[in-house]
Design a protein around this ligand. Structure first.
Ligand code: PRX
Length: 685
């Protein structure tokens, strides 16, 4: 049995997720399915041999060769200035050409996107590669000729899950405008901060969208975003608003010229325009994706064109195992990295047929996904453990009632516990599909750990070994490698660069070095990449067979239903409420969402505790970040457990929230507060 020992984790005093990792015993291996329709791409003879460690970095040329280049690269990897890397140096290309134009000969009439509106009465709408080409060109022509956008300028997209979002991303990519997609569930304020940080010239948004049967207004968010960005010193020049339904405005709010414009009307003169794709250097920035980390300020993870797109295409080819014949459905939102890589860039680069679903999986009932999959003939399905848990809980026999034909089922975003894994495998996949637990991050661009579909034995609860060309390690507090099979947990690191790796943090290269590389770098002057292992922020344990089990974050990130939130960001939101003196936010175990944030606040003198005050804290969090960050509970406490130097010991609060003993209290200046907090939380007082 391979039980990790989380006590050895190099965790901070904050009480990271890995501290409360659910420990299931090691499961026996499940053999891969037999009778495959065709051999998986990854079974190609000699492939794994070619990706042998001693062929680094040349093996990644194979990924780049999946793309169409204007000019071939001269050098696979430039690592002269670690940890800043350039991939496929000297090469030039364009992402929209790779995802659209190059599929026109032969596949113009094939579906690129199959849009499924949330309302079940609205039939799926097919966007062919030809139509995608037309729409991308029209928007690119308008941005370039109508607004004078030039390569390098940023565009923020606050758009829901309709074809307009991939169209807008690819139009930006066509011109070399790095896009910054803000998840549509994020508040206007969160959007405004991202506009200001990226200094975006334009914001593209929508009047609203449907979610769980209700209309969600996005115009209000756009207003707020504009004002917040303005207050930060960088208002966008134009706010371009699309109607959710062409020709039909649902918003009452008038458009404020000259800043706001109806993008549908603006595009009228460009419908048949053709806009030449810019020939861009491989290290041109393709997009920014804001994500949470240890500070209150989200960071703009920057991904560059050639390396990212090659890695997206390569991992989609070998791990989602896609062919143009596949109907592929990834139920994530494009507003997160999973959607960027495994809805838009990877699958479209391969010319696949991509399902885009507007709504939530449980609307109008928890069998909706299986009806969609049956109707569209989905062969490869990708989702999160939270969605699987929800669907299972609400309709355990749901999948069996539909004629689905999945050959590959993948999971991402959080650990998937064996019980949920087995249901996914047996009920959704009828025991005949491979199940992949794919581990990666916003920063990594694509999958880093997974079993190989169709050929590797699968281990429920374990993400599997490093993928092709990736050789992860577990390190202890002192940076020493913990060997596989030693049953000791540690920090998961990637000891070498890879093409999907982020290029930097937008506008803050120093933070990039400090956040991801300083921890295990022993010689800051070194120009050898071997001295710059990448710190993932996750705790993990590696079994003797090389499979990694991810235990959760060892830093201040809380993964809620596969969505990444910063504890510090939530704490900052709490502190905006008058009367709140201190705030501490900790992860608490949740049977469906994996983890949820729970907030502890203390009050300024003269402020009285009340349920209304706790409500105000919750509302502040929702308006600063979004409803996804809503805490399960706001505990108003007399004082926080603190060290003698005044630091709040969050690990004590995390233990209390999770019903564990609070642990060693000898470093506390005020141990007496702990018992009182414990009593309140236990009695839900
Ligand atoms: O803690 C890990 C968890 O999600 C974090 C990354 O979040 P984000 O950047 O939003 O990207 C999510 C989608 C790639 C990781 O640091 N995580 C992701 N996949 C898994 C996972 N935890 C366990 N198992 C996974 N398969």
């Amino acid at each position: 049995m391979d039980m990790p020992d989380p006590e050895r984790l190099p965790a901070s005093d904050r009480g990271g997720e890995a501290d409360i990792a659910v420990h299931w015993p090691e499961e026996p291996l499940v053999p891969p399915p037999r009778n495959l329709r065709r051999p998986p791409h990854i079974a190609e003879p000699g492939l794994r041999e070619r990706f042998r460690r001693d062929r680094f970095p040349a093996y990644f040329d194979e990924y780049a060769q999946l793309l169409t280049w204007n000019r071939r690269w001269d050098r696979t990897l430039d690592s002269d200035h670690p940890p800043f890397y350039r991939w496929f140096v000297g090469g030039t290309l364009n992402a929209s050409v790779n995802c659209v134009d190059r599929h026109l000969p032969g596949r113009a009439g094939a579906p690129a996107l199959i849009f499924v509106p949330e309302a079940e009465a609205d039939p799926p709408q097919i966007v062919t590669y030809r139509e995608l080409f037309d729409r991308v060109n029209a928007l690119a022509a308008y941005l370039a000729r109508g607004l004078g956008a030039v390569a390098g300028e940023r565009v923020t997209l606050h758009l829901p899950m309709t074809p307009d979002l991939p169209v807008a991303m690819l139009a930006c990519a066509r011109l070399g405008l790095p896009h910054s997609v803000v998840f549509s569930g994020f508040s206007g304020e969160a959007c405004g901060l991202r506009i200001a940080d990226s200094r975006s010239r334009f914001l593209i948004t929508m009047d609203g969208y449907f979610r769980n049967g209700r209309w969600v207004d996005l115009r209000e968010a756009a207003d707020r975003a504009y004002r917040v960005a303005h207050a930060q010193g960088h208002a966008p020049e134009r706010v371009l608003v699309l109607p959710r339904t062409p020709g039909h405005w649902r918003s009452e709010r008038p458009l404020r010229a000259p800043v706001e414009a109806d993008l549908e009307a603006e595009l009228a003169g460009y419908r048949s325009a053709r806009e030449p794709a810019r020939e861009l250097a491989s290290d041109h920035p393709l997009f920014l994706m804001y994500t949470s980390g240890t500070t209150g300020r989200p960071k703009g993870v920057q991904h560059n064109l050639g390396g990212y797109l090659a890695y997206a295409a390569g991992t989609t080819y070998y791990y989602q195992d896609l062919d143009p014949e596949d109907v592929y459905w990834c139920m994530a939102d494009i507003g997160w990295i999973t959607g960027h890589t495994y809805i838009v860039y990877g699958p479209l680069a391969l010319g696949a047929q991509v399902v885009l679903y507007e709504g939530i999986p449980t609307y109008p009932d928890p069998e909706r996904p299986w009806r969609i999959a049956e109707r569209l003939g989905v062969t490869v399905f990708h989702t999160s453990p939270t969605a699987i848990r929800q669907l299972r809980r609400l309709a355990p026999n749901g999948p069996g009632r539909h004629r689905t034909s999945f050959r590959l089922l993948t999971s991402v975003g959080e650990p998937i516990e064996p019980e949920t894994w087995h249901w996914y495998h047996a009920e959704v996949g009828r025991g005949a599909a491979s199940v992949l637990d794919t581990w990666w991050q916003t920063e990594t661009g694509g999958i880093l750990c997974s079993t190989a579909p169709g050929i590797d034995p699968m281990k429920p609860g374990s993400a599997g070994p490093g993928v092709l060309g990736i050789h992860p390690q577990i390190r202890d507090e002192d940076g020493r490698i913990i060997p596989p099979g030693s049953h000791r947990a540690g920090a998961l690191v990637i000891p070498h660069p890879w093409p999907g790796q982020m290029a930097t943090i937008w506008g803050d290269p120093r933070r990039y070095v400090e956040t991801y590389f300083q921890r295990f770098n022993t010689s800051p002057e070194s120009t050898d990449w071997n001295d710059w292992p990448y710190l993932t922020g996750d705790g993990a344990v590696q079994a003797a067979d090389g499979y990694f089990r991810i235990l959760g974050r060892i830093d201040d990130v809380i993964n809620v239903a596969g969505h990444r939130l910063g504890a510090k960001e939530i704490e900052s939101a709490c502190l905006t409420v008058p009367g709140i003196a201190e705030a501490a936010v900790v992860p608490v175990n949740d049977p469906v969402k994996g983890r949820c944030p729970e907030a502890y606040v203390s009050l300024r003198s003269g402020t009285d505790p009340s349920p209304e005050l706790a409500d105000r804290v919750t509302r502040a969090i929702e308006s600063r970040i979004g409803k996804i960050a809503r805490p399960t509970h706001v505990w108003i406490v007399a004082d926080m457990p603190k060290t003698r130097s005044g630091k709040i010991l969050r690990r004590v609060l995390s233990a209390i929230s999770n019903g564990r003993p609070p642990g060693d209290l000898t470093t506390l200046a005020n141990p007496e507060v702990v018992a009182e907090i414990e009593r309140r939380v236990r009695s839900k007082d």
